[in-house]
Design a protein around this ligand. Structure first.
Ligand code: UTP
Length: 303
């Protein structure tokens, strides 16, 4: 239950980024490029997730990777030759941009998921690095444009509630079968208390409040994953491990974040995000919006 005074909760300092999926919806591109390296304007999806985690106070970044994802590891490496070249050329602005990609030694860890057995399994692969602490999970293909970064909003809410918290948003009822869906016990506005969760319900969804790719979880969810069997789609579902916690009131909360979420795991979502982020960039806005207006006018004229 939300309270006016913050609870004594353990700080969330660790985040898991599950990036071991095959990204089949972006084949053939993802045959050799990890989906998380695909770029929105000039920044890969993973950079948006890292920035959001940093803003929320995360200090340890744990990537669950798989074969073919080495470009991701290289992305976070220090690049002395490139930096030296930029320095010689006096390209200070680009040097600054490059700094955002550097991670402190020891702040980043990689664990391997040998087989893509689902999101729950990917998260479980990081269990030894999490130990007995609360942790965040960020799916980099959910990109969220928000004044205050989504995970930061969630950390602030979690400091009031404790327990587990999942980011949630309203979706049309006929789209609920694509999401984990919340069964709401008590709706308190931006925070909802949850009494159940169903992964991709084929019929009778308990609500139209869908879970998207940001979570703050307790170590107990890791313990639940230890004994989890394959659920919807033959995969080990994170939703099922969180749903177990719903049996005790006050252990699971949904959080209606403020912001616009783009499903960059789908082609349409990725294109929408590209347009939105392109238009939000001061250096591109004018030229890009003029181009889009021309395109729309041409389309209309051709109809
Ligand atoms: P998706 O359901 O989007 O799967 O995973 P995917 O493989 O990335 O993409 P498609 O559907 O084949 O196009 C959601 C998140 O969970 C991770 C993915 O990397 C992505 O961040 N994931 C999924 C894993 O790390 N391991 C898995 O076994 C499954």
């Amino acid at each position: 239950m939300a309270e006016d005074t913050p609870r004594k909760v353990k700080k969330v300092l660790k985040a898991i980024f599950p990036v071991a999926g095959m990204g089949t919806r972006f084949l053939p591109a993802t045959k050799s490029i990890p989906k998380e390296i695909l770029t929105l304007v000039d920044r890969p999806l993973i950079q948006y997730a890292i920035d959001e985690a940093r803003a929320a106070g995360i200090k340890e970044f744990i990537f669950v990777t798989a074969r073919g994802k080495s470009a991701l590891e290289d992305y976070f490496d220090y690049s002395p030759e490139l930096e030296a070249t930029l320095r010689r050329a006096g390209k200070d602005q680009l040097l600054e941009t490059l700094k955002e990609t550097n991670m402190d030694s020891g702040a980043i860890a990689y664990v391997r998921q040998n087989r893509a057995m689902g999101l729950g399994h990917a998260v479980w692969c990081a269990r030894r690095l999490i130990g007995n602490e609360p942790f965040a999970v960020l799916l980099p293909d959910d990109v969220i444009a928000a004044e205050k970064p989504c995970l930061q909003q969630m950390v602030e809410a979690y400091e009031q509630t404790g327990g587990n918290m999942v980011a949630a948003m309203e979706v049309p009822v006929d789209r609920t079968s694509s999401y984990g869906v919340l069964d709401v016990a008590e709706d308190m506005g931006s925070i909802v208390q949850v009494k159940g969760m169903v992964e991709k319900p084929k019929e009778n969804p308990p609500s139209n409040l869908a879970v998207i790719g940001r979570y703050i979880l307790t170590p107990q969810v890791m313990n639940n994953l230890n004994k989890m069997k394959a659920g919807a789609g033959g995969e080990i579902q994170l939703t099922d491990a969180i749903a177990e916690e719903c049996q005790t009131p006050g252990k699971v909360f949904g959080f209606r974040f403020r912001g616009q979420r783009y499903d960059c795991g789908s082609k349409a979502g990725f294109l929408q995000a590209t347009v939105a982020f392109g238009l939000s960039r001061p250096d591109l806005r004018e030229e890009f919006s003029a181009y889009l207006n021309d395109m729309v006018a041409m389309q209309k004229a051709a109809q």
